[in-house]
Ligand binder design. Structure first.
Ligand code: PMP
Length: 368
């Protein structure tokens, strides 16, 4: 393992304070007249407003430690949005230029956010291969650019490790501090880094916990292995099963209709003031479905991967028609409390510093 240049170490130190260690929300609701509670990590509170900040920070940290990235190297990634925004911001914070390949049908907010961080954007049309085309083109540019860095989030195990070493332990400690153990965890699958990594850690502590990947019922990739339809849950269910996803490690897939996800995301904002994205609505619906199967006292945990600001030009802001099989019409949200961030629970203990890979002592100045 290579030790990092002091200035870069100081930059990582600053970023770690803005990424991860999110509150765990305990959301109280009634389903078909029965009072219940679901737990959700507020990943919308990360530096750029999404869970992908965790992956970008950890993956770059690992690359520096292995010596596979040099200061100032061009970072090149294919992404449907949040990953690009995370690499653009975290990459810039560490002093890197960033190039992003993405399908040309992603929301304008995502494109403009990328531009705001100074990233170079390469839109890829459906005719040019859409999502798979973006990955190929990112690989081509990396091949042609000596010294560039290609994170490869779909195949890079560091993506899972980001969640195995932090998101999972955070959930465990936050529940444990209230005398609780998780019965089930569910998360929508984009790269699958979240569900694989959190799953591995929670299983190591709680062998009976069940770990569920979630996908849109109107465009299931995990069940089919390819893209079979259109859906509106940006960030999940791309066009293939990512290499880092091992379905044999996971329990049954949870299917959520994208309309139900939109209605739930709208309800979280209008009823309890939680401005979250469409995949957060899907995750809440999926968690409520699981709880309905497991029993109203089951401790079901999920996360809110991003906030609602990237969806202001999408169907999230339109009237969404309800359908008879939707879950949201049977839900009444009452409010939420938030469990402490882990540093408060561990009181910045040695264990916490080790988990966060924060060296003891004050960081030096940032690299100029
Ligand atoms: N929701 C949103 C909004 C996302 O951007 C992503 C990441 N693509 C996910 C969920 C899924 O996360 P993961 O890539 O860890 O499976």
């Amino acid at each position: 393992m290579t030790s990092l240049p002091a200035g870069i170490e100081a930059r990582f130190h600053g970023l770690r304070r803005l990424i991860g260690n999110t509150p765990l929300l305990a959301i109280d609701y009634t389903f078909r007249g029965e009072r219940r509670r679901i737990f959700a990590k507020s990943e919308n509170l990360n530096m750029t407003g999404s869970v992908k900040d965790r992956m970008a920070l950890h993956l770059l940290r690992c690359a520096y430690e292995r010596g596979t990235i040099q200061p100032g190297a061009l970072i090149i990634e294919a992404t449907s949005g949040n990953t690009g925004i995370s690499f653009a911001a975290v990459g810039r914070a560490l002093g890197h230029p960033v190039a992003i390949f993405m399908p040309d049908w992603m929301s304008m907010e995502r494109v403009n956010l990328l531009r705001s961080f100074g990233a170079t954007i390469h839109p890829v049309s459906r005719e040019d291969g859409g999502f798979l085309g973006s990955i190929e083109k990112a690989e081509e540019l990396a091949h042609e650019t000596p010294g560039s860095f290609l994170p490869g989030q779909f195949a890079n195990e560091d993506n899972c490790e980001a969640h195995e070493t932090l998101t999972g332990p955070e959930i465990h400690y936050q529940l444990d501090s209230h005398g609780l153990k998780p019965d089930a965890f569910v998360a929508g699958v984009g790269t699958g880094g979240t569900v694989m990594g959190v799953g591995r850690y929670l299983r190591s502590q709680h062998p009976d916990v069940t770990i569920h990947p979630l996908e849109p019922s109107n465009s299931p990739t995990l069940r089919t292995g390819c893209r079979v339809g259109q859906h509106r849950i940006q960030g999940v269910s791309d066009e293939f099963i990512p290499p880092i996803v091992d379905l044999s490690e996971l329990h049954e897939i949870v299917d959520v209709d994208d309309g139900d996800a939109i209605l739930m995301a709208q309800m979280l904002a209008t009823e309890v003031g939680l401005g979250v994205g469409i995949s957060s609505g899907a995750n809440f619906v999926g968690a409520a479905m699981l709880q309905d199967k497991l029993g109203s006292d089951a401790v079901v945990v999920t996360l809110f991967p991003d906030d609602n600001k990237k969806y202001l030009s999408t169907d999230l802001m339109q009237d969404e028609p309800s359908k008879p099989d939707y879950l949201t019409p049977h839900v009444e949200l009452h409010g939420f409390t938030a469990f402490n961030r882990v540093c408060r629970i561990c009181n910045e203990s040695e264990e916490w510093l080790r988990m966060m890979r924060i060296p003891s002592g004050e960081p030096g100045p940032v690299a100029s």
